[in-house]
Design a protein around this ligand. Sequence first.
Ligand SMILES: Nc1ncnc2c1ncn2[C@@H]1O[C@H](COP(=O)(O)OP(=O)(O)OP(=O)(O)O)[C@@H](O)[C@H]1O
Ligand SMILES: [Mg+2]
Length: 288
Amino acid sequence: MIQVHDLHRHFGGFRAVDGASVTIETGSITGLIGPNGAGKSTLFNVIAGVLKPTSGRVVMDGEDITGLAPHQLFHKGLLRTFQLAHEFSSMTVRENLMMVPGAQTGETLVNAWLKRGRIREEERALRKKADEVLEFLTISHVADEKAGNLSGGQKKLLELGRTMMVDAKIVFLDEVGAGVNRTLLGTIGDAIVRLNKERGYTFCVIEHDMDFIGRLCDPVIVMAAGKVLAQGSASSIMQNEAVIEAYLGTGLKNKVAAEEAVERVTGESHGAQPGLGDEAGAFDGEKG
Ligand SMILES: Nc1ncnc2c1ncn2[C@@H]1O[C@H](COP(=O)(O)OP(=O)(O)OP(=O)(O)O)[C@@H](O)[C@H]1O
Ligand SMILES: [Mg+2]
């Protein structure tokens, strides 16, 4: 379980995260949503050790992990996926998986010289593990493809695959769906659910696609202007007035009012409903 207590991260005088407290239960797929600039990625980065908090605490299974470096958290099984580094794009998909730090022990030159036999054996084991990961993610057919040639969605699956090469316990995914087509987004969603159910992964997922969040996540945490606005099931969140307000500001109300006015004049219905409709799907919500 991850507990975040009254977390602040300020940039100069700007409060990107302004006193957020959240709990990510072990075994959950927790969603984190909110308008652009709400502080979601900043919160992720503080939890994952990429940014130091201005104040507040992060506790993992009772242990204070506030301010630990990403590699220290990595060894505790807390991983945040990043876009594939540029230098990895010319390596094959399988090689990318085999390169995951912590998945192998024989990386130093002295080790390599002293323990050649063991390393060959280890490499075989790594290769086997990488192939299992690719099979699990249903992308075995691109094992020998250069990672740089993968589609956006396949790259996301590869990022997820990298977490499977080590014993990840909790994985933070920032906008897995960005630039990914529907079909692959479905595959990514399936992989997340299976990793959760079959391998006990805990996930915390930032995503703007509400269908994706609704299908996968329980609970869903909503942030706006650096604060936690609401937490609950996806359906309860979508009916929450404050949440709708945070996303749409007065935009939706104005739209509804305008359409009602048009309706009065023309007698035609445009069917606008207050709720998280198309406007929310695009999530161009105003800050705070
Ligand atoms: N390094 C930084 N320096 C200054 N301001 C920053 C920095 N990082 C983030 N911010 C600001 O903090 C606020 C929150 O940013 P953050 O990236 O956490 O939002 P977000 O919720 O992830 O938004 P999005 O949905 O657009 O990704 C934004 O106004 C952003 O401009
Ligand atoms: Mg972000």
